[in-house]
Design a protein around this ligand. Structure first.
Ligand code: IFM
Length: 466
């Protein structure tokens, strides 16, 4: 069993639109995911986030579950559409929910780790152009200040964005996530405006005394299928540019990577960047959240006839409008896969954490803010869920984090995704990531084998440092 530094945080993560439900209760407005769910065919089985796992009503019992698991920290997101549905009046009932959640967590001795944006823009703002509209960045700053005024006396850890790659490029250029737009230029505008929103909010919250400010990025290792083939090496470079460096570098170094700018030159990206933007974006941060589930093997050559395609290029809506899907393929490697089709390779997490510190020496401490796996769980006759694969995946990745720390990576915490089975975006309720099962008919919660293993892991780590 690996040991971790004193103070290492053990947590679990969720997101508002994936668990809360209460889609139009107590003054909540539509988010882009509520609207997207009404588009025929957008979400598997026609599922919607309207009820999800009813966390809005069951919150105290869910916090009791977290306490039972022994979590140090709980990473959750605030629904902007619940707090300020129309960019006008603040909705006191919406804010009150998060205030009660924070109180309940503190009472249970669990650190609240708050994310301001986990993909659910108010539909009222989408109607005005959404993230493609530069003004949305300023609206985000105002919303951040409203939430901070209500909770800043009790919440110390603030994350501006979760995985801006997904909420910009996949939502606005790839069309697979809300708002379902397939407009390359809008995707790039959303990317820049979310960076800007991060900088504006970080500056505003810092001025108001927020203690720990950061952002969470989903980062990958782009692995060339054949490291001796220049076409594959170039494909890996391009994927790394658009997936990792277009996010890391503005935040950490105050500039966009030159090769990324070159790849998107046909979309006149440069004209989106106004004087002072990069300085605003590169506000100092106190931590970087890293979400990582799998690496990406990539090739610059078409897949041989008859080979399984691996992940579809459009899963990376990302690259495609810009680098050209004909130049970017994702051949499968001979590795086991989860129910998402994602390869299992814990060493990728070790590698990523170590190289982040080496490639960006000015990075603040890292937290693994998401890591986990989906499986087709089976409920045993006695009601238990013997999810050995999820348990193995989690423990192996935790070991990889320990190895990364041993190799010099400054990693301060691990949040398993997810606390509860939940609404997995375009996959609806088909894919279960929870360490706690939710019966979607009854909303009954049952801790899975992986949840018991996480509890035992946390308890043993506590015992080892006492
Ligand atoms: O469920 C998502 C989460 O919202 C963002 N990161 C990846 C998870 C699994 O797909």
């Amino acid at each position: 069993m690996s040991t971790f530094p004193h103070g290492f945080l053990w947590g679990s993560a969720t997101a508002a639109a994936q668990i809360e439900g209460a889609g139009s209760d107590d003054g909540k407005g539509d988010s882009i995911w509520d609207a997207f769910a009404r588009v025929p065919g957008a979400i598997a089985n026609g599922d919607t986030p309207a009820v999800a796992v009813d966390h809005y009503r069951r919150m105290p019992a869910d916090v009791a579950l977290m306490r039972e698991l022994g979590l140090d920290a709980y990473r959750f997101s605030v629904s902007w559409a619940r707090v300020r549905p129309d960019d006008g009046e603040v909705n006191p009932a919406g804010l009150d929910f998060y205030s009660r959640l924070v109180d309940e967590l503190l009472e249970a001795d669990i650190l609240p780790w708050l994310t301001l944006y986990h993909w659910d823009l108010p539909q009222s703002l989408e109607a005005r152009g959404g993230w493609a509209n530069r003004d949305t960045a300023a609206r985000f700053r105002d919303y951040a200040v409203i939430v901070h005024e209500a909770l800043g006396d009790r919440v110390t850890h603030w994350t501006t964005f979760n995985e801006p790659l997904c909420s910009s490029l996949i939502g606005y250029a790839g069309g697979e996530h809300a708002p379902g737009r397939s407009e390359p230029r809008a995707g790039l505008a959303a990317l820049h405006h979310q960076h800007l929103a991060h900088g504006l909010a970080t500056r505003a919250l810092r001025e108001r005394g927020a203690q720990q400010l950061g952002i969470t990025l989903n980062l990958t290792n782009a692995v060339p299928a054949d490291p001796s083939d220049p076409a594959d090496l170039d494909a890996a470079r391009r994927l790394d540019a658009i997936w990792n460096r277009a996010f890391l570098e503005p935040l950490v170094l105050g500039r966009y990577p030159v090769d990324f700018l070159d790849d998107v030159r046909d979309h006149d990206f440069a004209s989106l960047i106004l004087d002072g933007d990069l300085e605003t974006i590169a506000q100092p941060i106190d931590f970087l959240g890293v979400n990582h589930y799998h690496d990406d093997q990539v090739s610059g050559r078409p897949l041989p006839e008859g080979t399984p395609p691996g992940l579809r290029p459009t899963d990376y809506a990302t690259g495609n409008p810009f680098v050209g899907s004909e130049h970017l393929t994702f051949p499968t490697r001979n590795l086991p896969r989860t129910a998402m089709g994602w390869e299992i390779n814990p060493d990728g997490l070790r590698h990523l954490l170590v190289r982040l510190g080496r490639e960006y020496p000015t990075l603040p401490p890292l937290y693994v803010t998401e890591n986990g796996s989906a499986w087709d769980d089976v409920v045993e006759p006695d009601g238990s869920i013997n999810d050995v694969e999820r348990e193995r995946y989690m423990l192996d990745h935790v070991d990889a984090v320990a190895q990364a720390i041993a190799e010099g990576a400054d990693v301060r915490g691990y949040f398993v995704w997810s606390l509860l089975d939940n609404f997995e975006w375009a996959w609806g309720y088909d894919k279960r990531f929870g360490i706690v099962r939710v019966d979607y008919d009854t909303q009954q919660r049952t801790i899975k084998r992986s949840g018991h293993a996480f509890r035992a892991l946390i308890a043993s780590q506590r015992a080892s440092i006492q």
